[in-house]
Design a protein around this ligand. Structure first.
Ligand SMILES: Cc1cc2nc3c(=O)[nH]c(=O)nc-3n(C[C@H](O)[C@H](O)[C@H](O)COP(=O)(O)OP(=O)(O)OC[C@H]3O[C@@H](n4cnc5c(N)ncnc54)[C@H](O)[C@@H]3O)c2cc1C
Length: 322
């Protein structure tokens, strides 16, 4: 029996979990992935390292800026660049050190987290939440905070026949996401992308290229290429070799060097196309069910953090009232 179950160990789930645990509540965080971070994703391929989800964070809200300052002061984040050449805005962009996933790891700290635990459904049963996992295991929880991308949260809710009001269902169904095909490419030598290692090409097919070596993530030349949402929609289910060959052809002149080896990652839910007007959605109280994540407070790392924190504060306020 768990008092508060947080489903999803991305930034929304971890920031909520940490806030609740710091207040002394009993929290369990579960995630279907092998490690924490969700879309704050980093990995190695041969001896190169890659950030292949979020590339940087911005901080416009003072609460998130406070968190960024904590990360900077303990060496978990550093300023990567500000503004883009040719654009008038001048926002600071921070990166995780050594990579973006480290931001999630630092919040995970001493939290009670179970990874490789895929939630299938949540069902209201005798005043509690029954949680069924894909591996056949079951746990019960008094309160649940759901933080997967909204379409996945809806599936979990619907499989357990949990009732939503018409308004809740309508709002949740609006929160659709763009896909993104990410290529992790190991290069034959340094790319021609200049420091600080970003390229926003004038292309309908490629949105973004990060040079992981110039960024400071990789010891050897490697780039992360994010295809545009149109390209990703068209080629989402294509064979990896085939889609990889197309992306290499499209980015060849931008890299100025040959690709030695690559891997493809498909983000079905990359960034929300729409953002709800509230920072989280309270589905019901006693037992409580809340949905949070970047679709509620902005399609960014910052939004995920703010949504998680706001959901945790709402739960704490509710507990303190009873
Ligand atoms: C390619 C890409 C580039 C991006 N670039 C940027 C950027 O440069 N700057 C920026 O600010 N933002 C960027 N973003 C967006 C940013 O990554 C997200 O807004 C943020 O990380 C979302 O955090 P979250 O906690 O809401 O969701 P997630 O990180 O998606 O966390 C949800 C978690 O729920 C888990 N989960 C899902 N279903 C289940 C289940 N059934 N059972 C158990 N666990 C489950 C998932 O495994 C995941 O770990 C980018 C995203 C992508 C994909």
């Amino acid at each position: 029996m768990v008092d508060i179950l947080v489903i999803g160990a991305g930034l929304a789930g971890l920031s909520a979990g940490k806030k609740l645990a710091d207040k002394g509540y009993q929290v369990l965080v579960v995630d279907k992935g092998k490690s924490v971070g969700g879309r704050l994703a980093s990995r190695s391929l041969e001896s190169a390292s890659f950030d292949y989800g979020a590339q940087f964070m911005t901080a416009k809200d003072p609460r998130f800026l406070d968190q960024v300052n904590i990360w900077v002061s303990n060496g978990t984040a550093e300023l990567w660049f500000r503004g883009y050449p040719g654009r008038s805005e001048n926002y600071k962009r921070w990166r995780g050190v050594p990579n973006m996933k480290e931001l999630a790891r630092s919040l995970a700290g001493a939290l009670n987290i179970n990874t490789a635990r895929h939630v299938l459904r949540i069902t209201l049963q005798q005043g509690l939440w029954r949680v069924d996992f894909k591996d056949g295991s079951v746990i019960c929880a008094n309160n649940i905070l759901l933080t997967p991308p909204v379409p996945q949260s809806l599936e979990i809710i619907d499989r357990g026949n949990t009732k939503l009001s018409q308004d809740q269902r309508f709002r949740l169904q609006q929160l659709t996401y763009d896909p993104c095909i990410a290529m992790l490419a190991l290069l034959e030598g340094p790319s021609k992308i200049i420091s600080p290692g970003i390229l926003i090409p004038n292309s309908d097919d490629i949105d973004w290229i990060s040079d992981n070596m110039k960024k400071g993530v990789s010891q050897i030349p490697s780039v992360t290429i994010h295809a545009s949402s149109d390209f990703s929609k068209t080629h989402f289910n294509e064979d990896s070799d085939e889609v990889g060959r197309k992306i290499i052809k499209l980015s060849k002149s931008m890299l100025g060097v040959a690709v030695k080896h690559f891997a493809i990652h498909r983000w079905r839910y990359s960034k929300p196309k729409y953002v709800d007007a509230e920072r989280f959605m309270l589905i019901q109280n006693n037992p409580t069910l809340i949905i949070a994540g970047d679709a509620f407070a902005g399609p960014r790392v910052e939004g995920a953090f703010l949504s998680g924190c706001s959901a945790a504060e709402a739960l704490i306020a509710h507990f303190e009232q009873y």
